[in-house]
Ligand binder design. Structure first.
Ligand SMILES: Cc1cc2nc3c(=O)[nH]c(=O)nc-3n(C[C@H](O)[C@H](O)[C@H](O)COP(=O)(O)OP(=O)(O)OC[C@H]3O[C@@H](n4cnc5c(N)ncnc54)[C@H](O)[C@@H]3O)c2cc1C
Length: 419
């Protein structure tokens, strides 16, 4: 596989672009591997990449039931940030942020990481106090955070209704300038290309329908393209965690699958230069490089595997968008879709050995696993290779729900649809 460079672009331009090689091989399954990763989303692909790159484990297959990017990695609103309150989340997501900062170079693939900032709007003095507390906690961990006045926000975000007569008047905000957005597909394709180049087999259109066992131990997978033996099986299937783990005989997990929608408007001239979030409901928005407004809100509120949602959320996010930006009232919605999110009971992820011998589990990403992709892959690969967690994912165990050591950044309690 050739590297991308200015020279290769020029050479291919001169030869009519007929000489490009596929970004990854269409591998057929072999009978056995050291490691089989179930799920070719961002996390599964990043895991395979770091298994090969960091641990020299190249006898790896990523088994994906559809095509790469058909899951949440290709369906999210691409916000990348590390503005958390609790140290476990701060350290993990800030590490991920640092990895994002070098990811295009690491993969030799432009993931279009754009550090345009993320601004959380506060609408009450109490909320602003809470933002100040979170910002201070972030700064203690060496993470950038800036409390902003309404005047400053008005200068930086034209079009935002910062008047005292707004439906929900804005009293300030918390900005993380190093936050931003990235190109979702490029992240999947970049990790796929990197893993493939290191010898990993990426097997698409191959659904895991069961697990092979040797006694108690998981010893491979049963797929729609035949059985595959493996020393270790790593599951990273996001919204399908419950369904896949049930096939391994694990039928109780602290995870719920729920629908989350995303929306894109027609293209507009650039006016929104940051990711912005609403504090009086659940709404977030950024403007893509093509000019479309990319936005979303809360979950549809019921358990489902459907990758589409319903009209009440369309109405809700539109109302929230117009409360902030009344001038967008006539902008047309271009498209919308849904993704199946893996909501955990405390809003934090699970990256762990087990729960069965030979099995490894990565899930619980809720609304926020896209930004975690690099650190999740790094930590999951470490956990699989060494049979112990990386210090960054040591708190994200499965048994924390038994022990009561939950990591509840929002303080919502065990109500997954509120995280
Ligand atoms: C609408 C929406 C907006 C979001 N916005 C953001 C955001 O702004 N920022 C952020 O950080 N996060 C966001 N997220 C969350 C983020 O997208 C996910 O947490 C993250 O992408 C999940 O990890 P993944 O990429 O590996 O999952 P996926 O891409 O879903 O990968 C899992 C893969 O497993 C495959 N699979 C399932 N079952 C099987 C099987 N039996 N056999 C083989 N393969 C199987 C699926 O086909 C899928 O490709 C959003 C999610 C949604 C839905």
């Amino acid at each position: 596989m050739r590297e991308y460079s200015a020279f290769s672009l020029l050479r291919n331009a001169l030869s009519g672009n007929r000489d490009w090689r596929p970004v990854w091989r269409k591998a057929a399954p072999r009978p056995a591997y050291d490691v089989v990763v179930v799920g070719g989303g961002g996390h599964g692909l990043a895991t395979a990449y770091y298994l090969a790159r960091q641990h020299g484990i190249t006898d790896v297959a990523v088994v994906e039931k559809g095509w790469l990017g058909s899951g949440n990695v290709g369906r999210n609103t691409t916000a990348v940030r590390s503005n958390y309150l609790l140290p476990e989340n701060q350290r993990f997501y800030e590490h991920s942020m640092k990895m994002w900062e070098g990811l295009s170079h690491e993969l030799n693939y432009n993931v279009m990481f754009s550090q345009r900032g993320c601004l959380n709007l506060a609408h009450t003095p109490a909320q602003l106090d809470e933002f100040a507390r979170r910002g201070n906690a972030m700064r203690h961990e060496g993470i950038d955070a800036e409390l902003m006045t309404v005047g400053r926000i008005a200068r930086e975000v034209p079009g935002l209704d910062t008047s005292a007569s707004a439906r929900f008047p804005i009293v300030g905000g918390l900005m993380q300038r190093r936050a931003g957005t990235a190109r979702h597909d490029a992240v999947a394709w970049g990790y796929a290309r990197g893993a493939d180049r290191l010898g990993v087999d990426i097997i698409e259109n191959c659904e895991v329908t069961g697990f092979r066992r040797e006694g108690e131990r998981i010893a491979g997978v049963v797929t729609t393209r035949g059985d595959i033996r493996a020393r270790k099986v790593a599951v990273a299937v996001a919204g399908h965690t419950g369904e896949v783990m049930r096939r391994a005989g694990v039928d109780r997990l602290p995870i719920e699958s729920q629908v989350l929608q995303a929306f894109v408007s027609e293209s507009l001239k650039p006016f929104l230069h940051t990711v912005i979030t609403f504090g009086m409901g659940h709404f977030y928005m950024a403007q893509s490089d093509k000019g479309g407004l990319i936005y979303g809100g809360g979950l549809d509120g019921y358990n489902s595997y459907a990758q589409r949602g319903n009209l009440p959320i369309v109405e809700e996010v539109t109302a929230e968008m117009l409360a902030l930006f009344p001038g967008l009232a006539r902008v047309r919605l271009l498209r919308s879709w849904g993704g199946t999110t893996d909501m955990s009971m405390d809003g934090s992820p699970i990256i762990t050995c087990g729960p069965l011998p030979g099995l490894y589990l990565n899930c619980g990403w809720c609304y926020g696993g896209f930004k975690a992709t690099p650190a999740s892959g790094l930590c999951f690969a470490h956990t699989i290779a060494r049979d112990e967690p990386h210090p960054l994912n040591a708190p994200f165990t499965l048994d924390r729900f038994h022990r009561g050591t939950v990591i509840d950044d929002k303080g919502q309690g065990a109500t997954p649809n509120l995280h």
